[in-house]
Design a protein around this ligand. Structure first.
Ligand SMILES: [Zn+2]
Length: 267
């Protein structure tokens, strides 16, 4: 299940892109996600999708509008943050001032980070704005735990959950390394990418299993005619993996055994 969360977020991004493309943008969104997730980065992606003049929904990431959003200096995008431990009434007052100003572009966008720290008074006064946001204004609430927000606030927001990104598993690492080797990356780049997998004996074993599985899958695809690598290359790499296993069994330091393998993969 852990592996699925990355895909969940990809799906969420697609849903948001579709919302923009189909011009069904609501006035208020709430994105909830764990503390270690960069929710602001997620919000920036959505905002760029809304404002970028290129493809509706998707963002080019390169135009002056995308650049301004990325650098936090777009005239129509405003952020409201904690003052000490909470978002106080003053921040919401300032939001209410700014949201009334005519936007330079198509709409004003207000982002309240750590919105679940809003004081009761702040929540109360935000409620009025959520009920009747001026023009096409868009309000985005970021939150770690939406239970701290009043039900009246929640009921006025379209809510989405951002999932924790999974840690890289040996399958991800193996896929990355094999892709790099097959596309001509150099030995030192592979060693750098492999990180702990060349230092830790147990991790090295797991990586070897994953790699062998991937090479064998590629060989099967080859028979279907869908793989662009030669069967000889794939078999040769399976042999290299077997050699690395033997070296580990003979108590060779994982660093040497794995580096020999990565070297062989780049030849
Ligand atoms: Zn753009």
């Amino acid at each position: 299940m852990i592996l699925d969360t990355g895909r969940e977020n990809a799906r969420l991004k697609e849903r948001l892109e579709r919302i923009v493309r189909e011009k069904r943008i609501s006035h208020a969104y709430l994105f909830e996600g764990p503390a270690d997730i960069d929710k602001e980065a997620f919000a920036r992606g959505f905002i760029k999708g809304v404002l970028c003049p290129k493809d509706l929904g998707e963002n080019c990431g390169a135009c002056s509008i995308c650049n301004k959003v990325d650098h936090g200096n777009h005239e129509d995008v405003h952020y409201f943050r904690k003052d000490g431990l909470s978002i106080k009434d003053a921040a919401i007052e300032s939001l209410q001032e700014k949201i009334k100003v005519r936007p330079v572009g198509q709409r004003n966008i207000m982002v309240i980070t750590d919105s679940d720290t809003m004081t009761a008074k702040a929540q109360n006064s935000l409620l009025k704005t959520l009920e009747e946001p001026p023009g096409d204004a868009l309000i985005i609430l970021l939150s770690e735990n939406m239970e701290n927000l009043a039900p009246t606030i929640l009921s006025r927001c379209v809510k989405f959950r951002i999932e924790a990104q999974p840690e890289t598993t040996e399958d991800d690492a193996a896929e990355k390394l094999i892709g790099m080797a097959l596309s001509g990356c150099r030995f030192h780049e592979l060693v750098h990418e492999a990180g702990d997998y060349v230092r830790d004996r147990e991790k090295a074993w797991m990586l070897l299993d994953s790699m062998e599985r991937i090479y064998r899958d590629l060989a099967v695809e080859k028979q279907d005619g869908t793989c662009k690598y030669s069967i000889e290359d794939l078999c040769r790499n399976v042999d290299h993996i077997e050699e690395a296993r033997l070296r580990l069994k003979r108590k060779m330091l994982p660093e040497y055994a794995m580096k020999e393998l990565l070297l062989a993969m780049t030849e």
